[in-house]
Write a protein that binds this ligand. Structure first.
Ligand code: SAH
Length: 345
């Protein structure tokens, strides 16, 4: 999974811009500016809760086209002093997307990014400058590699990818002959039946631990938005998507996006264990509604009546249960002692 997405030459993200109607999938910030604007103001509230810290690190993991950050900065730019304190760090592996982000954030309309003190790209969260911070990650965790374990009559076995022996496929799933190491299978799936699959994502757990340690060193807050489940559960959620349709994950690896649902339960546990406050997860619909997305939609529709229908459609897509409102979850981590962030009170 890691190679299929991030191999320097063949990885899915490394040479292309996969977003939008002509691409493979659409994300919340690409649906409407409202998403990034609300998160921008959410970050301002956190900055104020940290005594208007200066310098202040704004960190985004997996910024895609840079749309979320551009909308956040435009909204935050309306608040005195906020942009002037900012150091921006973008955690990104894709050279192609770094180029797109640079274009989005530094082009003629990117005055906000230029007012910020610095804009840098880093390859890992741990490289972000020390100090008070807000980090946001929309649809980032789902791209980090997973392991799958399947329950058999003999116990759990890791599901692995092998070269296929059939003429029709290049690769196939196989089961390991031997049991996994001691604590590889997570807690909470003791009732699994033969055939059930459980997924783990050690890279995400390690990231969350690292973030929690930073939250103990400096005042800070992290916002994760992703599809997934609030508690560990069985299920094969590995999915490949190409041109807005599902695709076989083992066919032409590197040509399709690969994702799996996020187990927020495991991440919440790891963060709390490492001393962070954990807030949520709650649904994206509830989060955006409590931040006032309806009022923002009304204001936008009033100022451009010709776009009212498009704005209403975007609002429904972001917040309704049959859109992204229920499947997508929002979880925050914050430093001990900070008040709960907006949306989590
Ligand atoms: N947040 C954006 C993009 C989501 S797609 C949006 O909502 O539109 C995932 C993003 O994470 C892409 O920018 C991809 O290149 C980046 N990415 C994937 N795996 C990564 C990794 N291991 N390290 C850093 N960035 C990664």
């Amino acid at each position: 999974m890691e190679d299929a997405l991030g191999h320097p030459r063949l990885g899915y993200y490394m040479g292309r811009d996969p977003f939008g109607r002509e691409g493979d999938f659409i994300t919340a910030p690409e649906i409407s500016q409202m998403f990034g604007e609300l998160i921008g103001l959410w970050s301002v509230v956190q900055w104020r809760a940290m005594g208007e810290a200066d310098p202040f690190n704004l960190i985004e993991l997996g910024p895609g086209r840079g749309t979320l950050m551009a909308d956040m900065l435009r909204a935050g730019g309306g608040v005195d002093g906020f942009l002037e304190t900012l150091t921006l760090s973008l955690v990104e592996i894709s050279p192609a997307l770094k180029g797109v982000q640079e274009g989005t954030l530094l082009n003629a309309t990117g005055a906000e990014a230029r007012r910020a003190q610095a804009l840098r790209w880093i390859s890992d969260f741990s490289e972000a400058p020390e100090g008070p911070f807000v980090a946001v990650a929309n649809e980032f965790l789902d791209a980090l590699p997973i392991h799958q374990f399947q329950r058999t009559a003999e116990g759990w076995r890791e599901r692995l990818v092998d070269v296929s022996e059939t003429a029709t496929a290049e690769f196939q799933f196989v089961l390991s002959d031997t049991p996994p190491e001691g604590n590889a299978v997570p807690m909470g799936v003791e009732d699994a039946q033969a055939g059930d699959i459980v997924e783990v994502r050690p890279v995400a757990t390690a990231l969350v631990r690292d973030m929690a340690q930073r939250l103990n060193r400096h005042p800070g807050c992290v916002l994760f938005i992703d599809y997934g489940h609030p508690m560990t559960a069985c299920g094969d959620t590995l999915q490949a998507v190409k041109a807005h349709a599902t695709h076989d994950p083992l066919t032409e690896p590197g040509s399709a996006d690969l994702t799996a649902h996020v187990d927020f339960g495991v991440l919440a546990h790891a963060a709390a264990d490492a001393g962070a406050q954990v807030l949520g997860p709650l649904t994206q619909g509830r989060f955006l509604s409590s931040l006032g997305i309806q009022a923002r939609a009304d204001a936008l529709a009033q100022s451009s009546p010709a776009k009212a229908q498009g704005i209403a459609d975007a609002l429904a897509r972001l917040t309704s249960d049959d859109g992204m409102g229920a499947l997508f979850k929002v979880m925050a981590l914050s430093s001990p002692g900070l008040p709960p962030p907006p949306g989590f009170e």
